[in-house]
Design a protein around this ligand. Structure first.
Ligand code: AHR
Length: 500
């Protein structure tokens, strides 16, 4: 098998935000997982766990989406500001019916972004909120001068406005966000976005419109058609992104299967569904190319990842699951797809960051483990802000049951400051493979770094109180003679090389 890398054929800039995260008020995603409160015995900074901050800094989180998800369309931001003891409590009707005490609100989220050094992506409430509520939230966070909301923010201890990079008008409005039809949503989008004011012209908020969650492009078409019906609406700042959600339910929604005890067949089904991301993106790119040939609107895959049955004995509404090499490969194959589509895909957020679905970190009391997905993010961070270059595979083999065949190898490559980052995954459950790498006549002088993530037992996972079963390790399986590179890839493995 051969990978060809043509460094002269540039695919575009890999926006670092492709490596973004999502954190919702869901289960132990925020509370316990990130926020433990200032009085906790778990070491923290302003209530935010130090171990979690340190780990997330290692993978260089570029952007964080909050507060939902489905939760966003029932979240009233004013309940989450002011003295904590006076904050309204609510029932989290979407996720487990637990009491939400609103102790983690706007100020705490912006502090988290500050500690991580990442951009803030706020998801607004369209489902049960008003244009006024949405508009005032933006004014509260970013308003300058003297206005009711900026004064309120100052009263609550924050003098300077924050920088909010992204703001979404609703979430999954075709489902939990209000069961709307596309044309109805599009009219609401036109309406609500009008009142999302920019207070700092140097840093306009980028507006995000709800996109589809299936392979049917009817939603995308109708929304764009309705939004861009009058030519004058196609001005910059009306819509900057449209979303796409795609989860890997290995055997369908009602039979998702265990995160760790999956059959061989489910391995193939899961990865087949993961690489379906490529088709989904292509379909939506085609619609966007029609309506927006100048590429003003980007795709934002702000929910993606594997979704399995919850771990035994945990609250079904908390979506807590373990992670194995299957997740590592879902992540690497998906990120290769994002890299290759970087011209249109400018943001993506894995669901979710801590303790929920395909998390990068899991916590249990004061303990924390890094999942295999964490290590894939660590390897792939070198693609952030680089230029994607053409990379293709010849003689790629396909394996698995007929309707669930998967490509054996996935890859992507990028160049930044003269250094090429190459990521290669062997998706095979059983077979090792040898891959030669051809640089189209270009010479490679040295390997700066070579890392691998794999495990002998494909169903192994990193557990509390045990040594890590899966982590990023030095990779010695490459041969580099006379400028020629070849890789010996174990079954179910991900390799990252940095070359000059
Ligand atoms: O990530 C969990 C949920 O999945 C989100 O709240 C929702 O947007 C999606 O359906």
């Amino acid at each position: 098998m051969k990978i060809t890398i043509d460094r002269n054929k540039q695919l575009g800039y890999i926006n670092p935000d492709i490596y973004g995260h999502f954190s919702e008020h869901l289960g132990r995603g925020i509370y316990e997982g990130i926020f433990v409160g200032e009085d906790s015995e778990i070491p923290n900074t302003d209530g935010i766990r130090n171990d979690v901050i340190e780990a997330l800094k290692e993978i260089e989180v570029p952007v964080l989406r909050w507060p939902g998800g489905c939760f966003a369309d029932e979240y009233h931001w004013m309940d989450g500001i002011g003295p904590k003891s006076q904050r309204k409590k609510m029932v989290n009707t979407n996720w487990g019916g637990v009491t939400e005490d609103n102790s983690f609100g706007t100020h705490e989220f912006m502090r988290l972004c500050e500690l991580l050094g990442c951009k803030a992506y706020i998801n607004g409430n369209l489902g049960t909120g008003t244009p006024r509520e949405m508009s005032e939230w933006v004014e509260y966070m970013t308003g300058t001068g003297s206005s009711p909301m900026t004064e309120l923010r100052k009263k609550n201890g924050r003098q300077e406005p924050w920088k909010v990079d992204y703001f979404a008008v609703g979430n999954e409005s075709w489902g939990c966000g209000g069961n709307m039809r596309a044309s109805y949503y599009a009219d609401l989008y036109r309406h609500y976005q009008t009142f999302l004011r920019t207070y700092d012209p140097e840093n306009p908020i980028k507006k995000i419109c709800v996109g589809p969650g299936t392979a049917d492009t009817k939603w995308t078409k109708t929304v764009l058609e309705t939004c861009y019906e009058d030519a004058q609406r196609a001005f910059h700042g009306f819509m900057d992104y449209i979303t796409l959600h795609h989860y890997v339910f290995p055997d369908g929604w009602s039979n998702k299967g265990s995160a760790t005890k999956y059959s061989d067949e489910l391995w193939y089904k899961s990865l087949n569904k993961a690489v379906f991301m490529d088709t989904l993106i292509k379909k939506n790119e085609a619609v966007l190319d029609d309506y927006d040939p100048e590429e003003k609107i980007a795709l934002c895959v702000d929910e993606w990842g594997g979704w399995y049955e919850v771990e035994e004995g945990t609250n079904p509404g908390f979506l807590y699951q373990q992670a194995t090499m299957r997740d590592a490969l879902i992540a690497s194959a998906t990120m290769d797809i994002f890299n290759r589509h970087c011209k249109r895909v400018k943001m993506a957020c894995i669901a979710q960051m801590v303790n929920v679905l395909q998390a990068v970190l899991l916590t249990q009391g004061p303990e924390m483990v890094k999942t295999p997905t964490f290590y894939i993010f660590k390897m792939y961070k070198h693609h952030q802000g680089a230029t994607a270059v053409d990379s293709y595979i010849t003689d790629n083999e396909f394996e698995g049951p007929d309707e669930w065949k998967i490509p054996k190898v996935s890859t992507s490559a990028s160049v930044k400051d003269g250094v090429t980052t190459l990521t290669v995954s062997n998706l095979s459950l059983t077979d090792a493979t040898d891959v030669s790498v051809d640089f189209c006549g270009d010479t490679v002088q040295k390997i700066l770094e070579a890392k691998i993530v794999t495990a002998d037992d494909v169903r192994a996972f990193n557990d509390f109180g045990h040594d890590e079963a899966i982590a990023e390790k030095e990779y010695a399986g490459y041969r580099f003679d006379d400028g020629k590179l070849s890789l010996a890839m174990p079954a179910h493995s991900v390799v990252m090389l940095r070359l000059q």
